[in-house]
Design a binder for this molecule. Structure first.
Ligand code: CA
Length: 304
């Protein structure tokens, strides 16, 4: 039976690829998509999500609108490129009437909750709010697989990765809820670089969703080449979908991970106890490596 998954997104190009892969890979059943602020304001991330769902022929997947702002913090400023509307037709689809937080509570208290992996690939505001409203869902979520954090070095500040920095209080609530967590952080996504040649090969596949993914990947990769001089780009969120499809592609180490809330230089850091100094029990399976070749194969298998 396909693995059930709920994606929590702040769409963005890499969220779009993660969504198309989750919606079309035979190993997964994409139950719903919940949307949060993050890469851009909620109205942009919601509109982008609906564009991807409709153009990607996934209109049977319900979309729930979620948190418009972080719980405590001001939104983190983002690059105008990240905030851009995706180059896909304007959607005719509408989000569901129910809000993401209410949906998550209802769904996880329901019969399929314990069989459904929750995969936040943006700030973790929606689940944090749901946990505060209904703490019982912590026992109902079998695992969180998230793109967020880094155990060595951030990408938005020297300490913090964007998704965690965008709502550290939310991440604090989620990481301390007692739910099993697999963290796909920057050290993982940097090992799964996608090249322009990969995007071209993907564009040659015969499905509309592969062509959409190829175009979005091409744009993302080009940004890494132009701005950082890299040979490829990180399609961060797609690593999460691939790791839910095939958990073995990820190498993980159990660690205690705490979320820094107050440090003037380190706010939003996922403080990982790499060497076991902390006596607290590990709470996160921290991704430390990924099988890049298999990651690419999964991308092709899912989108063809
Ligand atoms: Ca994202």
């Amino acid at each position: 039976m396909p693995q059930k998954i709920i994606l929590d997104v702040d769409t963005g190009g890499d969220d779009a690829v993660a969504t198309l892969l989750a919606g079309h890979h035979p190993g997964l059943e994409l139950v719903a998509v919940t949307v949060t602020h993050g890469n851009g304001p909620l109205e942009v991330t919601l509109d982008n999500t609906l564009r991807v769902i409709e153009a990607g022929e996934l209109s049977h997947v319900p979309v729930f609108s979620g948190a418009a702002t972080p719980i405590v913090a001001e939104p983190v400023p983002t690059d105008p490129v990240q905030q851009a509307t995706l180059p896909l037709p304007a959607p005719t689809l509408l989000p569901q009437k129910l809000r993401a937080v209410e949906f998550l509570i209802d769904y996880y208290l329901g019969p399929n909750g314990p069989r459904t992996i929750y995969a936040p690939i943006g700030p973790q505001t929606n689940l944090a709010l749901a946990l505060r409203l209904e703490p019982k869902i912590a026992q109902r979520i079998p695992r969180i697989v998230t793109m967020g954090g880094a155990y060595l070095e951030g990408n938005t500040t020297p300490s913090a990765e964007f998704n965690i920095l965008a709502d550290p209080e939310a991440a604090f609530i989620v990481f301390n809820a007692g739910i099993p967590i697999t963290m796909v952080g920057l050290e993982v996504t940097a090992q799964a670089l996608v090249t322009l040649a990969d995007a071209d090969r993907l564009a040659a596949l015969d499905t509309p969703w592969a062509k959409i993914a190829a175009r979005l990947i091409h744009n993302e990769v080009q940004w890494f080449i132009d701005h950082l001089g890299w040979s490829g780009g990180q399609i961060y969120d797609a690593c999460v979908t691939a790791a839910v499809i095939e958990p073995q592609i990820l190498q993980t180490r159990p660690m205690r991970v705490d979320i820094e809330l107050v440090g003037s230089l380190t706010r939003g850091r996922t403080v990982a106890d790499i060497s076991g100094h902390n006596s607290a029990k590990p709470n996160v399976d921290v991704g430390v490596g990924i099988d890049r070749q298999r990651f690419m194969e999964i991308l092709f298998e899912g989108l063809q």
